[in-house]
Unconditional design. Sequence first.
Length: 167
Amino acid sequence: MVEVCFQLGTPSMDEIKSRTNRILPFLQRWAINMLSVLVATHLVSGIRYDSLASLLVASLLLGILHVFLRPLLMVLSLPLLVVSFWLFSFFINAFLLYLVGALVAGFEITSFGAAFWGALIISLFSMLLNTLSDSGDTRVRISRSRVKIKAATAAKGDDGDGPVIDV
């Protein structure tokens, strides 16, 4: 026997905050993904969209494929990834973008080359926006540190006080 309980009434403020805390990061990632796809459509001549709705659907489907299909493809192509020092992942991203172009009406990708360059632009632009908005797993830390200076570099006038970029 299955018991179904329905809670009638208005949700508490804690429930509303909990739902909002789950939805806002998703919407932020979707907006970043959509902006990245939009930039790729303007920079790569082989990627076109007919309407804003097709762009929204394409970016949503691309995000869904990245969450569910990309890990499976990464595991299946693990030997190629290791041999290529993980560069094969660009081809996986291009394949997923090409697949989105085939599935979404109004979103067209003319060739695999356009999908490759589009996926590269989407990846870089998404990384930039995720870093600037402090969302996702991308973290870039820039710090300045003092290092002990050797006598040879001190004679050249280099004080070792340059920027250090940790990625």
